[in-house]
Every structure is written in structure tokens, then in C-alpha cells.
Design a protein around this ligand. Structure first.
Ligand code: NAD
Length: 390
């Protein structure tokens, strides 16, 4: 049978209770459900050059476009939008991380004032998130031109922050109709930022291999995403302008976003969501720090997942957690929650919040297991290859 056996029972942990839904051992391809999302993707170096961009925007029939891009990406966005001439009816540049509700309201107002029939967002996940905040209310089409490896551009997931609490939801209206991936636009992304952004994508891929909604298609996509990121990220550190490396990384980011959108999220994203929301920790860096520990918890519980991750990373050994840990250190990524600014005195409270977030699981991981995971991530200690849940 294939490496990934979909009928594995998750012994006692309660993390992946729905895993038993999939397949029966020894019957070939397991039973599964797969949802594809309707977006048109154009990928390639130069795909945002004049004629290319005009060609694909023409196909959408957009006449009044609101250009959404943060101040630092303004020059980049203007250069791209130049091809669209007077069809750019307005600009919105007040972008903030995690889309505070006040910013969402401002962006919605800008779209109304310009009578926008299209939102062209150029930037990272925060910029795409701002366009999504407009689309979830108005249904206006989004054209996304991502310049980081966050992957939000191919998901129907929105996120908004109000009174310090981030809420997320799923709505097909926020899924960009058209995504243009031009690796040349990511060359300006500093090497360190490229590394952590790419590790955010790696987290989407790794978690897609163990979520309850995973299936053979999402696993293939996730595994290939890991392979592409493993090829691209170290080469970017060696030469930030290496377009071959940038192409691999952006391709990996697309696959990662796709895997995340279709396989869903699990304990890893839940923990990062809690930590990011409660302690305002930086998004991509938090994913990078936490991933080895969530992997050490989840991957060994399903046949073949450890091996798939290790092999896709081009590493040796049996443990995906250790392979990820080593890969992250090679990239010089942040190593601990302490380094990201989480006060040690907050560890117990953080454990409580994570336990609350897990409460909806039929058999949630025990509080000692959660505390052990957070302590390891706080210290940046080597992950144990198979963490036993008490
Ligand atoms: P970001 O969008 O905040 O960008 C990080 C920094 O990179 C910013 O300072 C930005 O100005 C800069 N930057 C972007 N592109 C650049 C470029 N080409 N050159 C130089 N600098 C550049 O961060 P992010 O990690 O891309 O996105 C994080 C956000 O996206 C979070 O809010 C997260 O929740 C969200 N997200 C959502 C989904 C989803 O499916 N809804 C998926 C992943 C991430």
C-alpha cells in the first residue's frame, strides 16, 4: 500500500480523530473527498510584464480597478499597474498586519468611493488579506499578485482582527479569481524575510499531510511543495537575486497555499493562531519556531508522513521534526518563542489558551502535552522524534 495509509487510527491522542473516515486498508486507493477551488493562475518570470498583465485582466473585463498595495511595495505595484492605464480608478495603501477591522472599513470605503469592479492586490499576505476584507462584503473580484510566500492568494480564508482578537472564516467570494505569480517580484524580499515566509509555506505543506481532510491529492501537492521550498530557500540565502531559486520558492508557496486551502488546518495552525493573536507575535516567524514541535507530535502518528517530509526536504533520518529543525537552522530562522518576545511568565497562560482552542476536538491533547510542546518551542530545544501524549 502507498506510503500514506489513510486508515491509521490516531492512538489515543485525539488530534486527528477524523482520520478514521478515510479508506480501508488493503483496498487500493483509499476513499476520499477532494474540493478544488476555481481560480486562474498564471506563473512565470515576467508574467506581470505589460502585455501579459493586460491580457489576463482584459479577460476578466475589469474597468475600474482599486490597486491595493502597502507603502513599501508602492513602486513595485505602480510599475505593474502602469500597463492598466486609466483602468486604475483608485489606490489603497494603508496595510496593517492581521487586517484590523478599522483598516478593513477604510479599504471597503475606498472600493465604494472608486466604484471598483476589481481589486488588484500586490504584496504579502497582509495586503491580500485587506483585499479579502473588501471582497467578503462586496463580492468584488480580486486579482492577486503575491510578493511573499504566505500563500493566502489561493485560499478562500479571510482573517480580521477586532479588539485584539483575530477571527477567520471561509467564503468563496474572497478567493482571488486570478493569481499572477511572477518570481521576479520577490527578488526585493530580504533573504531573512524570504526564509521565514518560506517556512510559513512549509508549515502549510507539513500540516496538510496530517489534517483530517487530507487525501492523496493534497498530500501529493504538499509533498511537492516541500520539495520546491527545499530547493529554493537555501539558494535564495546564497543569492537573493537567483531567479531559479525564487521560482522554486514561489512555486512551493503556491502549492503550499493550495494544500492549506484544500486539506485545511490542524493543531499547528491553531497553536500559531493562538500565540499570534494573544501575544502579537510575528506571523511567519511563529510558524517557523513552532513547526518542528507540532511535527514531532503529529507526523509519527500516521504511516509514512515522517518519511515523506524527510525525503522531500532531502534530509536523512526518520524524523520529520528533526529534519525540519535542521533545515530551519540552516536557513538561520528564529529558533525560539523567547527570541520572538513571548515572556516566559506567559507560558502557563499560553498553555491554557491553546487548551481552550483544542477543546472542540473530541479527544484533545492533554494539558501536560501542550505545556511540554510550548516549553520546547520557548527554549528552541531539539524536538523529540516522537512526543508521547500523556
Ligand atoms: P506581510 O504581508 O505582512 O509582509 C511582510 C513584510 O514584507 C511587510 O513589511 C511587507 O511590506 C514586506 N514585503 C512584501 N513583499 C515584499 C517584497 N517583494 N520585497 C520587499 N518587501 C516585501 O506578511 P506575510 O507573511 O506575507 O503575510 C502574513 C499575513 O498573511 C498574516 O496576517 C497571515 O494571517 C496571513 N495569511 C493568510 C492566509 C490565508 O489563507 N488567509 C494564509 C497565509 C497567511
Amino acid at each position: 500500500m502507498a506510503q500514506d495509509s489513510y486508515c491509521v487510527l490516531v492512538a489515543g491522542s485525539g488530534m486527528l480523530p477524523e482520520a478514521v473516515r478515510f479508506g480501508r486498508e488493503g483496498v487500493g486507493v483509499p476513499e476520499f473527498e477532494y474540493t478544488g477551488f476555481p481560480s486562474h493562475v498564471v506563473f512565470g518570470v515576467g508574467s506581470t510584464e505589460r502585455w501579459q498583465l493586460a491580457r489576463v485582466i482584459d479577460a476578466l473585463g475589469a474597468k475600474r480597478i482599486l490597486l491595493i498595495a502597502a507603502e513599501p511595495e508602492r513602486a513595485l505595484a505602480d510599475r505593474i499597474a502602469d500597463a492598466l492605464g486609466t483602468r486604475i480608478a483608485g489606490r489603497f495603501s494603508n496595510i496593517r498586519a492581521h487586517v484590523p477591522i478599522e483598516i478593513a472599513r477604510q479599504a471597503r470605503e475606498a472600493a465604494r468611493a472608486t466604484q471598483a469592479d476589481c481589486l488588484l492586490c500586490v504584496g504579502g499576505g497582509s495586503t491580500t488579506g485587506t483585499a479579502k476584507a473588501v471582497a467578503m462584503e462586496s463580492g468584488v473580484d480580486i486579482v492577486a499578485v503575491p510578493t511573499t510566500y504566505a500563500g493566502s492568494e489561493v485560499t478562500p480564508i479571510w482573517g480580521l482582527t477586532e479588539n485584539g482578537r483575530k477571527t477567520t472564516g471561509v467564503d468563496l467570494r474572497v478567493l482571488p479569481k486570478l493569481v499572477i505569480y511572477d518570481p521576479a517580484l520577490t527578488v526585493s524580499l530580504p533573504a531573512e524575510l524570504s526564509a521565514v515566509s518560506g517556512l510559513n509555506a512549509l508549515a502549510h505543506c507539513a500540516e496538510a499531510l496530517w489534517t483530517a481532510k487530507r487525501n492523496p491529492i493534497t498530500s501529493l501537492i504538499a509533498e511537492e511543495g516541500i520539495r520546491a521550498l527545499a530547493a529554493g530557500l537555501p539558494a535564495i540565502l546564497a543569492d537573493r537575486a537567483d531567479l531559479d531559486a525564487r521560482s522554486h520558492a514561489l512555486y512551493g508557496a503556491w502549492l503550499a497555499g493550495h494544500a492549506f486551502a484544500t486539506a485545511g488546518s490542524g493543531i499547528h495552525h491553531k497553536i500559531c493562531h493562538v500565540l499570534g493573536g494573544a501575544y502579537d507575535l510575528p506571523h511567519a516567524e511563529t510558524h517557523a519556531v513552532v513547526l518542528p514541535y507540532t511535527t514531532s507530535l503529529a507526523a509519527p502518528q500516521l504511516d509514512g508522513v515522517d518519511a515523506r517530509i524527510v525525503s522531500a526536504l532531502g534530509g536523512d533520518g526518520d524524523s520529520a521534526a528533526e529534519a525540519i529543525f535542521a533545515f530551519e537552522r540552516k536557513l538561520g530562522a528564529p529558533v525560539s518563542l523567547r527570541q520572538l518576545g513571548l515572556p516566559e511568565s506567559e507560558l502557563a497562560k499560553a498553555g491554557e489558551l491553546v487548551a481552550e482552542a483544542f477543546a472542540a476536538l473530541p479527544e484533545p491533547p492533554s494539558r501536560p502535552a501542550i505545556d511540554a510542546l510550548l516549553r520546547s518551542a520557548f527554549d528552541g530545544a531539539p524536538p523529540r522524534s516522537a512526543m508521547i501524549l500523556a
